[in-house]
Design a binder for this molecule. Structure first.
Ligand code: CDT
Length: 307
């Protein structure tokens, strides 16, 4: 028996500051329509998919950036996404900046079901970058100013006949992200990202952006026996070049589909969730082979610690 989920990784090209939400929603709807033609069950959009990646600018009065955030989901502008999900019978996963009623700011991703109903919300745990203006950088990465890290941790939800998890961009670089979800039996992780090619704190990493992106998602998939769907907002956005390379990765760690452009592009794959068991029940049978007693405390280690 197979549990098949056809997933669409809906990569976006750049969103410029002058692009309206309505413009962007039209692009997302076009990708959903194409996903329908390609029989997708679920479409995954990138991190902060409704606006330009605004943490590249430092705005000392944060309230002047409020217009980049959503205060409700759906809103009158995003409602067509929910209506289209229901009409086409396609679920979607969408990243956006969230401003809550009580003034909290999160980097958020929602999962919406095939009937247009809300299934799950995830807020980014690993928030990278810096809190203060750093004028020597060619552009800012002030995510830690614009977003607070989530205290909710990593959820795994039952959907599409399997166990679905979510993570956002920098989360994908941390093995704990995958392992916490892996311990909850995750079978498909949905991840949106915005990754500038230039990393100001250590430019030697610039040429490795594509390699590191694949490295972390392929190893996270393999070591936890799960599908990983990584979806970029790529291309040249407000003068900043960002990585494309969206990919659908199997529990074997193999890339089954990968973006060829840094523009709006839909990649699809028919994912068999039962393939996860080939890894979860063998090499990565956690109950049989993991050694949590060896991981919980450094004092549990009998080996030498070299000063
Ligand atoms: N959006 C996001 O998390 N981007 C980071 C960029 C590197 S940290 C400045 C990433 O991990 O891809």
């Amino acid at each position: 028996m197979s549990r098949l989920v056809t997933v669409g990784a809906a990569q976006l090209g750049p969103i410029q500051r002058s692009d309206t939400r309505q413009d962007v929603v039209q692009r997302l709807l076009a990708l959903m329509t194409e996903a329908d033609h390609r029989s997708c069950d679920v479409v995954v959009f990138p991190e902060l998919a409704l606006t330009t990646f605004f943490p590249r600018w430092f705005e000392p009065d944060i309230t002047k950036a409020d217009h980049f955030y959503e205060t409700q989901m759906p809103s009158p502008i995003t409602q067509p996404l929910f209506d289209t999900a229901r009409k086409l019978g396609i679920a979607f996963c969408l990243g956006y900046a969230e401003l809550t009623q009580d003034g909290h700011r999160y980097n958020t991703q929602v999962l919406v079901g095939k009937d247009g109903s809300f299934l799950a919300k995830y807020r980014k745990v690993h928030v990278p970058g810096h809190e203060h203006h750093e004028p020597d950088r060619p552009f800012q990465h002030a995510e830690r100013y614009y977003f607070e890290p989530s205290q909710d941790g990593f959820g795994v939800w039952k959907a599409f006949g399997g166990r679905i998890g979510m993570m956002i961009c920098n989360d994908r670089r941390w093995p704990e992200t995958y392992r916490v979800m892996g311990l909850k039996g995750v079978e498909m992780i949905l991840c949106g990202y915005n990754t500038p090619l230039h990393y100001a704190p250590d430019p030697t990493q610039d040429k490795l952006q594509s390699f590191h992106n694949s490295l972390v998602m392929q190893s996270g998939a393999y070591q936890n026996g799960t599908w990983v769907v990584g979806v970029a907002k790529g291309g040249l956005e407000e003068g900043v070049a960002s990585l494309g390379d969206s990919a659908i990765i199997a529990p074997s760690g193999e890339i089954m589909a990968q973006a060829q452009t840094t523009d709006d592009e839909l990649l699809t794959h028919r994912c068999d969730l039962d393939w996860c068991n080939n890894y979860k029940n063998t090499l990565f049978d956690f109950d049989r082979y993991r050694r949590p007693d060896m991981y919980t405390s450094i004092t549990a280690q009998r080996g030498a610690v070299i000063d």
